[in-house]
Design a protein around this ligand. Sequence first.
Ligand code: NDP
Length: 284
Amino acid sequence: MAEIIDGKAIAADIREEIKADTQVLVAKGVTPGLAVVLVGEDPASRVYVSMKEKACAAAGIFSDEHKLPAETSEADLLDLIATLNADIRIDGILVQLPLPDHIDESKVLDAISPEKDVDGFHPYNVGRLATGNPLFQPCTPYGVMKMLERTGVDLNGKEVVVVGRSNIVGKPVALMCLAEHATVTICHSRTKDLPAKVAAADVVIAAVGRPEMIKGDWIKPGAVVIDVGVNRVGEKKLVGDVDFDGALVNAAAITPVPGGVGPMTITMLLYNTLVSAKRRAAKG
Ligand code: NDP
């Protein structure tokens, strides 16, 4: 039976380390600051933003909240981003997505200073990641990498299969695995014979958004399975993209849903904010 990778415990350990490092910085007169911008009333976004605020408070990071009405104009939002770019107390800027339809999302993300882009979505940071010299790495895939590292999985020379090619998970996690010297295959909805591709993998990273699509008997004996998918089934139940119970039989280690990759995303947001504050402190 597979070892279950405890994302909650790994995230809690990293958050303690962030808190300790933050205290050291604060003692030097630099308090890490994260600006969180929410436009509108989307219930899920409100929950995410409040989770981020609580996590900042627990880590000792200053969180600067901007809750704007849904009818906020694009120009006003861009003005706010410009103000935050120039604000010395702010090390990271996060604009909660999705934005209302009348606002051009990419225009807003592109307006964030790459040096405060703790979400890692700015084209500058995407380019830095693609060229193997990252400045900020996007939080969910970065969390996947930290989990693999803390589980003792060495990717050097391994066959990694990533299922999903989105800009927020699939593509960046593939680039990160490549940087760790894995041989990476990226699969998507047009991939032929997905079961055979998955069966060849030493490490499977699933980021599809389809409940339990990857079957347990596709998994190679001894493989490590990281399930990024979060799918609501029925009223309350959350499941991943991988058939967890089936995969337990063959896998050496697997992340559960919930309690796997999920807790790592906000953790890496705090981590990126801390790293940004350390850069500020180093500049003096
Ligand atoms: P997207 O919908 O943007 O991308 C899904 C990808 O899966 C696409 O590349 C798509 O291919 C591919 N895909 C769809 N159907 C199939 C199929 N039948 N076979 C193979 N590939 C397929 O999703 P995201 O990347 O944003 O998210 C993926 C999952 O991860 C979701 O469940 C999401 O909720 C979860 N997630 C969890 C996070 C967390 O834990 N913190 C954070 C972010 C996401 P194509 O490109 O061809 O359409």
